[in-house]
Design a protein around this ligand. Sequence first.
Ligand code: UD1
Ligand code: CA
Length: 482
Amino acid sequence: MITRTAQSPSSPSPLAIVVLAAGMGKRMLSDLPKALARTRENTLIDHVLITASKLDPERIVVVTGHMGDFVEEEVKLGVTNGSWSCKKLLFARQAEQLGTGDAVKSALPQLKDFVGTVLILCGDMPLVREESLRTLISLHQAENATVSLISLVTSQPAAYGRIIRDGSRVTQIVEARDCTPQQLSVNEINAAIYAVDSAFLEPALKELKNENAQKEYYLTDIVAKASGEGQTIAALVLHDEKEIQGVNTRYELGLVNRSLMERRIKRLMEEGVEILDPATVLIDETCTVHPGARIGPNVQLLGKTTIEAGVIIEGTALIFNTHIKSRSHIKIGVRMEDAQVGEGCAVGPFAHIRPGSVLGEEVKIGNFVETKKAVLSKGAKASHLTYLGDCSVGEDSNIGAGTITCNYDGYSKFETKIGRDVFIGSNSALVAPVTIDDGATVGAGSTITKNVEKDSLAFTRAPQLAKSGWSKNKREKAAKKK
Ligand code: UD1
Ligand code: CA
């Protein structure tokens, strides 16, 4: 019988966290160790460590094995780049993957001087919530338990370990492959998250045997040992199956990505963002969407994108690293990248806003317009079928349909400067480098190769010829031939 570490519910005992990440994840069919498989924004183990670090443990011990050096480097990178931090980060190496019990055993040297509660997590369960872990630890301490675990009641217990109870007392966990038919019908499963009293952990692990179907040292067997000694075992029963979703296959990684997205979208909607069809929207964690924005179906907000209040994104848009200020209206079919959109703009439908585009207040970009390194000042308009590249457009200037800034001669790029209150007639080619000064007008169909001076009219146009009766004659000749 083990003497338990003295705890009183009023003073929480110190916390150490062990994260198991020695597995290689054969079923991922990848050269990367499983812990380093990525969701859209993080490695699996980073997700777990970000959550774990929020509990402010005294130390975190990461157990590595397969490609251990590489996993350790990547884990440290998470600290260096500020994703998470911890008072003490330690590593343990499991030489051979002999089971989850053996994995925790290899962490014991890093826990030698630790007295308190050891929380054990798996590096491939990225959806575990901070609140659930806090609840588990509180329960563990309130019940003065030796081992506490998280379980889940499910209609599909599948290959999970079964929680076996005697009345309400948990007595053991039996792996699916070792279950009797009766045990297999139990629908309460083991999530593989445990809080264990440090004084109990070491002797319990040292007694583990591998006499089971997989010939592994099962961590789960410490539960039967505690029960046999008459120690208290507490169980926190969860109801959100998604929270304990592990990742063993690429399909399960896809499910995790979907769940992370659902959580984020739910949070944004609770904060006051209107999302018309949550199932078709992707929003990276790195984006900021303010309450009062409205996002239609089939929209991807990626990278460091900010969407302010009152913005309407109609739908079918990909917006990457772009800041859209309040009240702007992004119509259907828009792609934006590394751009800035000022207050009250209208963009699209079907517009391509490329890197370096800066739209001032109340700018209008209409259908089939492409901008690249184009700075448009307040009130400027390009409503139809236009390419604006390497250019500036002054306040209230109007760019007619079919205007092209010819910025490239096949070797280098050149700039076009358009002043304020300029009117560019339809179907004009502005051959850069060229400047069109304030208040000037360019006649429709012009090819502008020289600077246009302030308030002037410039046009290049072949004179119009007229031949009266020409069409009628032609029609009549054709009719005679029939
Ligand atoms: C484990 C539990 C099972 C539970 C399930 C929940 C055991 C014996 N079984 O089973 O009751 O229902 O999780 O998902 O614990 N690992 C190592 N070294 C090893 C083996 C595993 O570090 O030698 C790590 C893996 O990288 C992984 C975690 O431990 O992060 C869990 O291992 P895994 O093999 O997936 O356990 P399961 O068989 O799923
Ligand atoms: Ca697993």
